[in-house]
Design a protein around this ligand. Structure first.
Ligand SMILES: [Zn+2]
Length: 293
């Protein structure tokens, strides 16, 4: 569950993993023949044989440098009202214990970074304390893209209070607004820690999605958020998920980032891949493949 980028350590902090989604609903371009064609590496790590459902992991990435402890993406969280997503509703997972088992307590975290503000990337920003949503990481700066924050703020002000809008609105209310006094909004390409941690705009999945680049001693790691939800999108970069807000832009960004990671021999650390969780991108056919480390 640990990777090295130069002298820096990255640890996967698990919330849950399993056959979470029906590919027919998840991928607008889904074609079972494509899954068959890629069978040798897709099953059983990335697609469940018995049900055909795609495997998704919910995890955060903990980055430890000599001076900082950084958390990237904060999963779904406990106790949140998330209907109609009944599997994510009022969860009670040991995510916080998993973080502590990695030797880090919430007070130790210096930066919390969310690649975007979807429900499964902001949950542990807050925890329930006596009926109030309070910051889980009281000593951290929370780093968001300004474009992303502005987009969801506008949605919050204009969306009707129904079904999916309601989930987005509640997410914004219980996991984003309560920590805004600790937040810094960044715009464009931003070096958060000199020569070490860089934020790169990666719009498409959501308007303000970011990729996070970590470099040390000539090694590069890229946290790609939901630019690719599932490794089949590495093989077929034109496949969007049903949750990509800007479909054309999402395809262009996916291909750009995969090209960059391929050329730079970067370790890619996506938000939801199962199997080996992180790996290196190589060119393969008209797309790419990922070799898990
Ligand atoms: Zn996600």
């Amino acid at each position: 569950m640990q990777w090295q980028i130069g002298n820096l350590t990255v640890t996967r902090i698990e919330e849950m993993i399993g056959p979470m989604f029906d590919p027919v609903r998840f991928f607008p371009d889904y074609d079972p023949a494509v899954f068959e064609q890629h069978r040798d590496w897709l099953y059983p790590d990335h697609v469940e044989e018995a049900t055909g459902r795609i495997i998704a992991s919910m995890h955060s990435w903990l980055v430890e440098t000599p001076h900082h402890k950084i958390l990237i993406d904060t999963c779904i969280g406990n106790d949140k009202q998330r209907m109609p997503y009944k599997n994510w509703h009022q969860m009670n997972t040991p995510w916080l214990q998993n973080l502590k088992q990695a030797g880090v307590s919430p007070e130790d975290i210096d930066y919390v970074m969310c690649t975007h503000l979807h429900v499964d990337h902001v949950g542990w920003n807050t925890r329930l304390d006596n009926g109030q949503w309070v910051p889980t990481f009281p000593n951290a700066r929370y780093i968001f893209s300004k474009d992303e924050f502005d987009f969801w703020k506008h949605e919050r002000e204009t969306q009707a209070e129904e079904t999916f809008a309601q989930v987005n609105n509640q997410t914004f209310d219980d996991s984003v607004l309560p920590i805004m006094h600790l937040a810094d909004l960044v715009e464009g390409e931003t070096e958060l820690i000199a020569d070490l941690l860089r934020i790169c705009p990666a719009p498409g999945h959501t308007p303000g999605s970011i990729a996070i680049e970590l470099s040390d001693s000539g090694s590069l790691g890229v946290f790609t958020g939901d630019i690719c939800h599932h490794p089949i999108q590495v093989a077929l970069p034109e496949w969007n998920s049903a949750f990509c807000e800007m479909p054309e832009q999402a395809r262009a960004t996916r291909r750009n980032i995969l090209n960059r990671c391929c050329d730079a021999h970067a370790l890619v650390l996506p938000a939801h891949f199962g199997g080996g969780f992180a790996g290196h991108i190589r060119e393969s056919g008209k797309g790419f493949r990922i070799d898990f480390d």
